[in-house]
Structure formats: C-alpha cells, structure tokens
Design a protein. Structure first.
Length: 117
C-alpha cells in the first residue's frame, strides 16, 4: 500500500522565497567588505521582509495588500542585486542565477495576486 505524500500547506511563493534566501545569503557573505554592510545587508533584510509578507498573506484574508508589498520589495531586491553586479561585487554567473531565482519568485507572487482577486 502506497500513500500519497501530503501536499504542503505552504504556498509555493513562500517556499521559493526560502530557497532564494538559502542560496542568496551565502552569496552575500562573499561580497567585499565595503558592499557587504551596505548592499548585502539591505538585500538580505529586504528578502526577509518578503518572506514575512508572504507568510502573512498565507494566513490572512487580506492577501492582496501583503502580496503587493512583497512584489514591490522584490523589485527593490532586483535593483540592489543589479548594483552588486555593477560594482563588480559578484560575478556574472552568480548575478544571472540570482536574477533567475528572483524572476521565478516574481512569477509565483504575480500568480498569487491574480488568484486572490
């Protein structure tokens, strides 16, 4: 007898944010000292804020406002990440990987916003 695995009650966007943080924090730890405490710290804090907004959205009936905040914060993260690359604080391959992860997260948040209408 085989049992179906239980479907996670955590929305995919929350899981994707967690995965992004697991990948991103070690990358930010590698930033040069001059950038780690400016861009790196801001980026890490903003990603944690996104996680908080998404978890809150999962447990409230007013999802749209929290999802909109998460989406805005993700856009800020994209700009901060691009600045890390512009300052040559991260190599292009890591910049591209981070960009892909943020793009996928953005798709998840956008889909969740559409579904909450």
């Amino acid at each position: 007898m085989t049992t179906k695995p239980k479907k996670s009650s955590v929305p995919k966007a929350v899981e994707d944010t967690r995965e992004l943080l697991l990948w991103m924090i070690p990358q930010l730890d590698k930033l040069p000292r001059k950038r780690r405490f400016t861009l790196g710290e801001k980026l890490e804090n903003r990603l944690l804020t996104i996680l908080e907004s998404l978890v809150t959205a999962a447990y409230t009936s007013d999802k749209r406002s929290y999802l909109t905040l998460a989406n805005r914060d993700l856009e800020v993260c994209r700009h901060l990440w691009r600045l890390c690359h512009d300052f040559k604080a991260i190599p292009t391959n890591r910049y591209e990987q981070g960009g892909r992860l943020m793009f996928e997260l953005g798709k998840q948040i956008g889909g969740w916003i559409k579904a909450s209408r």
